[in-house]
Design a protein around this ligand. Sequence first.
Ligand SMILES: NC(=O)c1ccc[n+]([C@@H]2O[C@H](COP(=O)([O-])OP(=O)(O)OC[C@H]3O[C@@H](n4cnc5c(N)ncnc54)[C@H](OP(=O)(O)O)[C@@H]3O)[C@@H](O)[C@H]2O)c1
Length: 327
Amino acid sequence: MSRIFVTGGTGFIGRQLTALLLEQGYDVTLLMHHRNYNGPSHPNLSLIRGDIREPSSWEQKLKACDAIIHLAGSISETSLYRYIRYNSEPTQILAEAASRIPRIRQFIFISSLAAAGPSKPGHPLSEYQPANPVSDYGKSKLMAESRLLFSTGDFQKVIIRPPVVYGPGDRSFFKIFHMIHHRIKPVVHHGIQELSLIHVTDLCSMITGLLLNPRLSHDEIFFVNDGTDIHPLKDLFTQLETMMERRAIPVPITRFMMGSTAYLSGLAGTLRGKAPLVNMSKYRELKQAAWCCKSEKILSFLEYRIKYPLEIGLRDTYNWYRRHQWL
Ligand SMILES: NC(=O)c1ccc[n+]([C@@H]2O[C@H](COP(=O)([O-])OP(=O)(O)OC[C@H]3O[C@@H](n4cnc5c(N)ncnc54)[C@H](OP(=O)(O)O)[C@@H]3O)[C@@H](O)[C@H]2O)c1
């Protein structure tokens, strides 16, 4: 069976992906950075400790691999410089190392919808539209994509741009559950914000569907979502309120409030050298009215049937939070 080199395998998406790869019979070499891998041990799983920025810690192990799935990255930094350092440069370092290894046949990079930028309300983005990132995170992901695409490696390059990913174990989208639990729902853009979403299980199945897929003949970029391109935020809140049996109070948040909070917390974060929850770069993401993409291309290529449409996905996630006493 093919051996897959996984970066970011200790993170939210990476943990589930690693479990699925092992279940499907792949051999996995997982690069652990600071955190340990907390999944069950498996005879086909080889753990190594290292930092992508230091190839000496992993390059030897990469030589025994047939493909790379690169998930490692950072969604929260204080400056564009640091985003480039932790998102764009590691992708380039990994692509350059892979270019020296003829055995490697494919490099799958988990980028982000942020690399493509926001959409216009009612018009989800397709893969064929030019990218226009608005945040430092998005710019660093787009830069990582181009560093991979322009690397000299003779392997196939596949870029996946997920929108918001949610599911068991996730801490980011959990904040929305947490707010509804405390009976608060923020209303931005007068409640007309639109999002694409995907449950982590569907994302991982799509990644493994593309992995060393012989029907992929050239480099490709794919958007992914849960089969519904547009979820109005207000409908999402209503679904959560019904499911959680909580009636939340709408709290209108104006652009001025968002902008000034982002400015002040960004300033404090820069002074402390710690990435804040929101800064001006995150504000540029939050103030957009729509972050939506189409999933037509990947769904028809893989002939994939979504396992977790929104209602089922939210229920699964909520049950997990309750079982683990997060809520
Ligand atoms: N979650 C989402 O909604 C979402 C949406 C779109 C795209 N994505 C992308 O999907 C990827 C995974 O997201 P996630 O939510 O699973 O993130 P996560 O939970 O924060 O995990 C990030 C992983 O990257 C590792 N890592 C960071 N820097 C590293 C380095 N220099 N060398 C080796 N490993 C390093 C981390 O290890 P340590 O913790 O030990 O440092 C961790 O395992 C990211 O690239 C993210 O940008 C996520």
